[in-house]
Every structure is written in structure tokens, then in C-alpha cells.
Design a protein around this ligand. Structure first.
Ligand SMILES: NC(=O)C1=CN([C@@H]2O[C@H](COP(=O)(O)OP(=O)(O)OC[C@H]3O[C@@H](n4cnc5c(N)ncnc54)[C@H](O)[C@@H]3O)[C@@H](O)[C@H]2O)C=CC1
Ligand SMILES: O=C1[C@@H](O)[C@H](O)[C@@H](O)[C@H](O)[C@H]1O
Length: 337
């Protein structure tokens, strides 16, 4: 049998990122067809289906079971991911699950057990920074030895604002989780312990612990600090600098232009994650589709990475609540990963 040249995708969750990925798969990337969508809100699903030329399914589980669907994108809220990822694995269909893989350690372990029992990788998790040109260049510089052995990394993850439904722990499980995954990948080391410190709260913070400083101790001795600010108002600002024994490497300015005028230099700040990481998601989904069309999910962040990020997130939430240093313990890594 020859491999299909077009991947027929079903998308579950047609909110912000679901619609953005549908636009990407229908207007930017070739070799992908969005054939089905589902959302807990059927009105939204039907509207998005009509725009995309797809069929709206009343339930995501029916979408996964449909013969017309080769592969699944899960873009619903984090707490619903487990149900859909497990169903996709049971159906033997590749599944791209937006981060986080699931919201509890136990749910991630159930997904891992199902995938290991299946015997090959089916799951990719949406930790897109691994596909970002700036982070890739940073990793390449680090691995070239140009700045010597890494000692520390300073990160900032600033959102202009976050949705009204954000709960205090979402600042970690939904926002800081990107740095948690990124540093594991950047340094090729697991995170051994976590602490959370808080200055006085921003007047824009509402009920959120905003801002906060997360300190990650990596098993290889590298120390990482991550500033999380989710209401900075001025834009979406993602920063990173690694200190090595012989030099530093930093993420550059993402603005495409800089304007010099009236004695000032001005560079635009991205408005949100779509603005900053738009082309990164393109590369991410291209790589995922190519691996699936090529015969199986390979490369890219998988279930083990989703699990490790969830365990560190849980530890950070405990550190936030207790003010204590929390050690991280991971399960034994299955041979599949
Ligand atoms: N990689 C990245 O940078 C980003 C990832 N995300 C992740 O994507 C996921 C969705 O986030 P957003 O699009 O921002 O949220 P959103 O609230 O805009 O959209 C979520 C959609 O899922 C639907 N939904 C909720 N429960 C469902 C269920 N059981 N079955 C089917 N549909 C259901 C909602 O009705 C809504 O339309 C989250 O896990 C989030 O963390 C979101 C933004 C950026
Ligand atoms: O994943 C994302 C959102 O869900 C999250 O709410 C934002 O804080 C992140 O910057 C964005 O990349």
C-alpha cells in the first residue's frame, strides 16, 4: 500500500488555537485537508466547519472514530485532552495534542501506558518552541560549544493579558509550562527541583499570582529563572539568555523592522502568541504532518515530554502554594521514548 499524499485531519476544539491551526492547514500548508471539526459548542463547530468546508461532528469521540479522519488535532481545554488522546490511541490514529498533554500526572501516565501498549508513537504535544527559529539557533550555538558549558538561563514569559477564566495555577500549567518543556529540550536534562518566589503583586494582577519568579534546578546542575507576568499590557514578550562559561547567547528581538524617527528607535512588540510564534506553528505542523505521512509520528515532543512537563508543573503549583522547594520525581522512562 502506498502512503497517502494528503492527510485528512479532524480538529477537536474550535477556539482560538483550533481556528488558527485550521487556517494554517487550509491556507498555508499543503498536503493537509481539514475534513472534520467538533466543539462542545455545536454552533461554533458548525460555523467553523462551513468556513473550512469540513463536516461538524457533535462529539469529538465520533470524529475520532470516523473513517474519513486519518489523524486528529486536539485543541480543546487542557482538562479534556486525556479523553480524546486515549480515544485516538485506541483507534490507532496519530494525534497532535495542544499543550498541556493532560492536566494531571495520573492522566499523563494513563496516556503513556496506552501508547506503550500500542507499541509505537502516535502522540505529539504542541510544545512549539522546539520548532522556533530563534530557540533552534540558540540551541545550535550552545551545542557548538561557542559559549562553553552552560551555567544559568534567564527567561521571561510576558503576556499582555490572559482570558478572564484564568485560575491562579494556570500561570504555571498553561503559561510557564512552555519554559518547563523548553529548558528540558534546550539542555537535554530533566528538572530536579522547583521553587516559586513572588514580589508584591502587580496592580493589574486581579486574583492571579502575577508576576512570579520560578527557579528550576536541572539535574545537570544548570539553574534557570523564569519570570512569569500575565498582565503586562504592553505586548507579548518572550525572552531568554543563557550564561555559559565563555559567553552568553540570547534570543534576538522578534520585531521584523525597526523605525528611526524623531530621535527615537522603535521596534514593534508582538501582540500575542499568534504574532510571535505564527511561523513557528507553521513549521511545527509541517513537521508533524510530514512524519505522519511518512509512516509514523517521530521526533517532536511526545508523551514522555508531556508527562515530564506535567509533573514539573504540579511541583511548581505546590511550590507556589507552600513557598517550599519541591523535588521532582519521574517514573521510569519506557523504552518507547
Ligand atoms: N501552543 C500554544 O502556544 C498555545 C496552546 N494553546 C492550548 O490550546 C488549548 C486551547 O486553547 P485556546 O484555543 O486558547 O482556548 P479557547 O477557549 O479559545 O478554545 C477552546 C475550545 O475548546 C472547546 N471545548 C472545550 N471543551 C471541549 C470538549 N470537551 N470537547 C470539544 N471541544 C471542547 C471550547 O468550546 C472552545 O471552543 C489549550 O490546551 C491551550 O493551552 C492555546 C494557545 C496557544
Ligand atoms: O500557550 C499559550 C497560551 O495558552 C498561554 O495562555 C500563554 O500564556 C502562552 O504564552 C501561549 O503560548
Amino acid at each position: 500500500m502506498t502512503a497517502p499524499t494528503t492527510l485528512r485531519v479532524g480538529v477537536i476544539g474550535t477556539g482560538m488555537i483550533g481556528r488558527d491551526h485550521i487556517r494554517r492547514m487550509t491556507t498555508v500548508l499543503s498536503g493537509l485537508a481539514v475534513v472534520a471539526v467538533a466543539d462542545v459548542d455545536p454552533t461554533v463547530a458548525e460555523r467553523v466547519a462551513a468556513e473550512a468546508g469540513a463536516v461538524a461532528f457533535p462529539d469529538g469521540l465520533d470524529l475520532i472514530a470516523a473513517d474519513s479522519v486519518d489523524a486528529v488535532l486536539v485543541c480543546s481545554w487542557g482538562g479534556t485532552h486525556e479523553r480524546y488522546v486515549l480515544a485516538a490511541i485506541a483507534a490507532g490514529k496519530p494525534v497532535f495534542c495542544e499543550k498541556p498533554l493532560a492536566t494531571t500526572e495520573k492522566a499523563c501516565l494513563r496516556i503513556m501506558a496506552a501508547e506503550v501498549a500500542h507499541g509505537s508513537r502516535l502522540v505529539q504535544v504542541g510544545y512549539m518552541r522546539r520548532y522556533d527559529a530563534a530557540y533552534l539557533a540558540m540551541k545550535q550555538t550552545l551545542e557548538s560549544g561557542a559559549i562553553g558549558a552552560p551555567l544559568m538561563m534567564h527567561c521571561a514569559h510576558r503576556n499582555a493579558g490572559v482570558p478572564a477564566f484564568y485560575e491562579p495555577e494556570n500561570t504555571i500549567t498553561d503559561t510557564a509550562v512552555h519554559e518547563i518543556d523548553m529548558v528540558r529540550w534546550m539542555f537535554g536534562s530533566e528538572i530536579a527541583a522547583v521553587r516559586v518566589l513572588r514580589p508584591r503583586a502587580s496592580r493589574n494582577a486581579g486574583d492571579l499570582p502575577d508576576p512570579m519568579l520560578i527557579v528550576l534546578e536541572l539535574a545537570n546542575g544548570v539553574l534557570v529563572d523564569v519570570e512569569i507576568s500575565v498582565n503586562v499590557r504592553y505586548g507579548y514578550d518572550i525572552r531568554g539568555e543563557i550564561l555559559g562559561e565563555d559567553g552568553t547567547v540570547s534570543l534576538g528581538d522578534p520585531g521584523l523592522i525597526s523605525v528611526r524617527r524623531a530621535g527615537r528607535v522603535a521596534t514593534p512588540v508582538p501582540a500575542d502568541w499568534r504574532d510571535r510564534f505564527g511561523s513557528t506553528y507553521d513549521v511545527e505542523l509541517r513537521a508533524w504532518a510530514d512524519s505522519v505521512l511518512g509512516g509514523g509520528v517521530s521526533g517532536g515532543p511526545g508523551t514522555w515530554d508531556g508527562y515530564a512537563a506535567a509533573v514539573v508543573s504540579d511541583a511548581a503549583v505546590r511550590a507556589l502554594r507552600t513557598g517550599e522547594r519541591i523535588e521532582v520525581t519521574l517514573a521510569e522512562r519506557p523504552g518507547l521514548y
